[in-house]
Design a protein around this ligand. Structure first.
Ligand SMILES: Cc1cc2nc3c(=O)[nH]c(=O)nc-3n(C[C@H](O)[C@H](O)[C@H](O)COP(=O)(O)OP(=O)(O)OC[C@H]3O[C@@H](n4cnc5c(N)ncnc54)[C@H](O)[C@@H]3O)c2cc1C
Length: 380
């Protein structure tokens, strides 16, 4: 088997691997990206809801998302960023906490407004029962996941990176002599100083190849669609915080989803038709107008979240293998944080630590801490 040398072997050409490769190559590292699929963004990335928001309840998520949105906004090429807005409909019981979150978001520079139900209903019509008010992020919106991934890969290639499709990583062995890795991908062995595990929902399997573990699982999510030509005005992404029901416009269609509570883990990207009616019922509970619209199965799709137990990503070196860098498990918000995650991966590789942002809470070690309790933060 032929051998090659590289500074960093990135597993995965989803948005996280692409951003990591771009930042690493621009920092002067030799980079090889090995991807199983025949093209970029064919995992979770290309099946996402494409939405970005600076509205989070905690400082770290706000920083990761807001810095990333600003990067999307200022990209030299078009990555499909459109500030179509994000409207959160907040129930009475969560209103005090939401107001606190908005104060925090504003301290981080995120533009967010608090609206009464009347003003919110002029953006997206909804049944106001039990809703105390709304939070509106006018700079939030959408990007194009394929354009983003391709843009990062183009920048990586321009800085010398090699991107190899149809190259599944099938073995990874620590190289005692160099402290790096012998990685088999597509029938070739790469001697790499660092490995970046950006394998999304497959990150657990990728880590297992090296005798390591990371708790990431696939969890299917379904996006349902109305027929085209039903939408006459823009419909920003709107979340009924109490139920998790979500709607947004895409062209002249309305897209909607609601997570299935009994969804089992595992890779499955077939649309769950048995959940379409229950999801519609849940969504119609807050947005009754949707019940009258014709649905169109051809506009629906499914993909997988790459979930960790607390729905926060894993970022940084494996505690037992400092040249194995995990950047995975962003649990349904990897697209909106990818630019910043890639920058931090490069910082880890180049300087040996991440110091520009406190990402301690994303370390893999947290899951082994006896004081650890899984608690998701305002994740949809
Ligand atoms: C329905 C849905 C809606 C979503 N909505 C949003 C949203 O609105 N906003 C948002 O920010 N996020 C959203 N997400 C989540 C977002 O898509 C993910 O967080 C993000 O795409 C993760 O990117 P990734 O690069 O880590 O994973 P992926 O895109 O899955 O990429 C991982 C890549 O690694 C490759 N790989 C795996 N194992 C190997 C191996 N052994 N060898 C080589 N290659 C390998 C895979 O083939 C894959 O291409 C959504 C996801 C879904 C499914």
């Amino acid at each position: 088997m032929s051998e090659g040398h590289t500074d960093v072997l990135v597993i995965g050409a989803g948005v996280i691997g692409a951003s990591s490769a771009c930042h690493l190559a621009r920092a002067g590292r030799r980079v090889v990206v090995a991807e199983s699929f025949a093209g970029p963004a064919e995992g979770s990335t290309g099946r996402s809801f494409a939405s970005v928001r600076g509205q989070w309840a905690g400082s770290l998520n706000i920083e990761l998302s807001w810095r990333s949105i600003q990067r999307y906004r200022s990209f030299a090429t078009d990555v499909g960023y459109r500030p179509t807005g994000y409207l959160l409909l907040v129930p009475d019981a969560a209103w005090a906490a939401q107001q606190e979150a908005v104060r925090l978001q504003r301290r981080h520079g995120v533009p967010v407004e608090l609206l009464d139900t009347g003003a919110a209903a002029r953006i997206t019509p909804f049944d106001p029962s039990g809703i105390a008010g709304a939070a509106w992020g006018p700079a939030d919106g959408v990007v194009d996941p394929h354009l983003v991934t391709c843009a990062f890969l183009d920048l990586a290639r321009a800085a010398g990176a090699r991107v190899l499709f149809r190259h599944p990583v099938t073995a990874a062995e620590a190289d005692e002599g160099t402290g790096g890795w012998r990685v088999t991908a597509g029938g070739r062995v790469w001697l790499a100083q660092h490995v970046v595990n950006a394998a999304g929902g497959w990150a657990g399997e990728a880590a297992a190849l090296a005798g390591l573990s990371v708790p990431v699982v696939h969890s299917r999510r379904n996006v349902y669609a109305t027929a085209p030509d039903v939408l006459r005005a823009p419909l920003p992404l709107t979340i009924d915080v109490g139920s998790g029901a979500v709607v947004r416009g895409e062209g002249s269609r309305v897209l909607f989803y609601a997570s299935r509570p009994d969804q089992s883990d595992g890779y499955d990207v077939s649309v769950d038709w048995s959940w379409m009616e229950p999801a519609l019922e849940r969504v119609a509970g807050r947005f009754p107008w949707i019940a009258d619209l014709p649905l169109d199965r051809r506009g629906c799709w499914a993909g997988t979240y790459e979930n960790t137990p607390d729905h926060a990503g894993v970022l940084g070196p494996d505690p037992s293998a400092p040249t194995w860098i995990n950047a995975c498990g962003f649990s349904g918000h990897g697209l909106m944080q990818a630019p910043e995650i890639g920058r931090l991966v490069a910082e880890q590789v180049v300087t040996g630590a991440i110091t520009s942002l406190d990402v301690t809470s994303l370390r893999l070690e947290r899951f082994a801490d006896p004081a650890y309790t899984a608690r998701a933060e305002l994740v949809f």
